[in-house]
Design a protein around this ligand. Sequence first.
Ligand code: ZN
Length: 213
Amino acid sequence: MNDSAHREQICLLAKSLFDRGLTHGSTGNISARTGDGGLLVSPTGTSFGRLDPARLSRFDANGTLISGDPPTKEMPLHAAFYDTRSTAGAVVHLHSCHSVALSMMPDADPDDFLPSLTPYAIMKLGRVKLLPFFLPGDPAMGTAVRGLAGKRSAVMLAHHGPVVAGKDVEAACTAIEELEETARLALILRGTNARTLSPDQVRAVVDRFDVEW
Ligand code: ZN
């Protein structure tokens, strides 16, 4: 994909997330690896609804900002995924309502945040790690992601929002939508005696689709 198509795709998918209420105001940030080993990143203080392709922060392969506006303050989170997962081609972070709500539930499992409800969530996300609360902009968020040693493609920051890495922008956006939708399902089903997938069913999905688990 050439540079201008890549920029357009980032802004288009961000706007699609914003338009459907998956992140609000000036929350959320997105980044993508470029062909030369650099990065395109959403600038700080911008809204997903109005990202300007020409003003995305552009880093070279050495991590130097070479054009565009200053990047999101949550760069350490993004860098932590790129540095620990060689397959990461894009990272997206949202302040999405249902996943944030689910992160506040006292019975949330830190090692397996999403209940096993649908095969697609398992296929797209693997096991989602719930990380504790951090102050906004605390670089310890990035340190916590590095502590996972590249073993998770998706994490949930408690009281804050999910962060998901994918092989490209489309894959990362698809996966984070799956995370939010599964959290929404989990809240709808809360307090009911709905059946989750059994451990054997989860294992069958993991084996069939070669999921990192
Ligand atoms: Zn955030």
